[in-house]
Design a protein around this ligand. Sequence first.
Ligand code: IPE
Ligand code: IPE
Ligand code: MG
Length: 252
Amino acid sequence: MTVNPISLKQLPPDLDRDRLPQHVAVIMDGNGRWAKQKGRPRILGHQKGVDTLKDLLRCCRDWGVPALTAYAFSTENWGRPLEEVEFLMTLFERVLRRELQEMMEENVRIRFVGNLVALPDSLQQEIARSMTDTQNNSGIQFTVATNYGGRQEIVQACRAIASKVEQGYLRVEDIDEAIFEQHLYTQGLVNPDLIIRTSGEMRISNFLLWQIAYAEIYVTETLWPDFDRLEFHKALTAYQKRDRRFGKVNNK
Ligand code: IPE
Ligand code: IPE
Ligand code: MG
């Protein structure tokens, strides 16, 4: 079916409102390649990528997807050239400062997950401010993974749990999946139903290792800066065709 881009303001009629993912996670990849294709510096791709994310967030709100999580910076991304890392940190800070007012108006609840204490102080301040200011908003739950690594998250959860055991607040036999989840950065957030990776790479790159145990994976060749509502529509169409069995037998 061809979809008129104008109609993408609202949920396209071929999608089933009752079977939308309740949480979509995106690995925003391909910014550098997008810029390279245009003969421009990689940072231009990151800049354009911010606009893409902003529209995806609005799109989730317009279409009725209640939670979006975006992978902005991995624990491994520190290994990039210093000038790119510095550009990204400054970009995050600038965007946060610029968008906070609008997020308030649009009722967005923003939350950052990752090892935030290792981020530049000025960025940490913007992060803290945005989370505090938006915490009582009742609209879309927007989570940004920054200095995030799934392994690091699991290790810090183990440490927190071990320390509670050591201090006598928790017994070893009480540790179960629910307790474990309470010690993850994503505590309180439903696990993603759908994970999207752009730019064609067939890997997880240390994203939400625990949380995506049963997420549907969708990979598109489209580079992140080009991931628009039409592309999101394609991803949701593919998602709605999946038979989510959760280890059981046919669901359809
Ligand atoms: C994703 O785009 C953004 C971040 C990891 C911050 P890339 O920068 O990884 O772009 P490619 O993969 O090099 O094209
Ligand atoms: C994953 O992309 C991290 C983010 C999107 C923030 P990368 O570009 O860092 O992943 P690899 O290196 O291709 O696995
Ligand atoms: Mg990449």
